[in-house]
Write a protein of this length. Sequence first.
Lengths: 162, 162
Amino acid sequence: MNLQSVAVSQSPEDKFREYLTTGNKPQRFTGQQRDMVRFIFSHHDHFDAEALISEMQAANLKISRATAYRTLNKLVDAGLLRRLELGPRTFYEHDYGYPQHDHLQCTKCGKVIEFQNPSIEEAIRQASLANGFQSEGHSFVVRGVCKECNIALMPKRQLDLI
Amino acid sequence: MNLQSVAVSQSPEDKFREYLTTGNKPQRFTGQQRDMVRFIFSHHDHFDAEALISEMQAANLKISRATAYRTLNKLVDAGLLRRLELGPRTFYEHDYGYPQHDHLQCTKCGKVIEFQNPSIEEAIRQASLANGFQSEGHSFVVRGVCKECNIALMPKRQLDLI
DNA sequence: CCCCCAATGATTATGATAATCAATTCCTTG
DNA sequence: CAAGGAATTGATTATCATAATCATTGGGGG
Ligand SMILES: [Mn+2]
Ligand SMILES: [Mn+2]
Ligand SMILES: [Zn+2]
Ligand SMILES: [Zn+2]
């Protein structure tokens, strides 16, 4: 189940357009970029570049690998997406309009579970204060085995006890 | 400053030898592996494969890239080293004989600062309990700007106020 | 309606790590 | 102590994700 979204004043599409067109160097907001933003923000999930490309092509949306990688980087710079360190490849998820949270990742099936805990922000505050550190963001992933995989891995006689 | 080490009954070298020779498939504990373990555990540090190779070669220790990568993986499996997610490449640090802790990483100079906070373990316990999740380990890195880089980046007039 | 400049995308490059495999080393056994 | 055999080594090659290249396309301001 997804977390509750955060109220925002602009649509992701408008925010990205603003990011691109505001500033010293003019950047264009193209049809492919618009398709990417709309597709990505049509549902919340954790995805990598390859998955995005195949899903968009399956949805009959034209996108090349180069443009996908380039636009993902721009979306991160614009504050729309957040990068996730979930293994060797880079994953992405919504940042704009989605609350701060962290992740449990199952090492058996790969599933990613979201959770929130205010004491994490507090721990960051304390450690930063103690070290004169100016915190800008964090990555927190707990690895382990999810409920379903735990049940599947249990010997039969242990299941009987439940 | 490093954290206080944890008392252990075996030297890293002995523990690795035991890991290699115990079990169904016999694995040899070679001179190069012994050199690597001794070198790595002669000082606490956060390093990647390339840095290890150059430092060992600078210390006149023979090591090939292939053997370095292979042995690093074995050291992680043996519980001697822990992998760190500090960006695109893989970093390593002592696990055996070193206490649980997490990291602040400076995005300006790359410096890595260690800190401990028991509320992080508690947050993991709570999130795991709430999701039926069996936790096995975690990665927690706070990105930001360290004290020295903060001072260096400050405009002169702000420095004057200190 | 042009023209310029940014975007696109096929292709090539990069860089870290893993696989290959012939040569070497080193335990085991007789 | 010699020989056999299995595991390790290391030069080389492969892989895989992502980043650059650069010729072509196209869109928006004048
Ligand atoms: Mn998430
Ligand atoms: Mn550390
Ligand atoms: Zn699972
Ligand atoms: Zn710094």
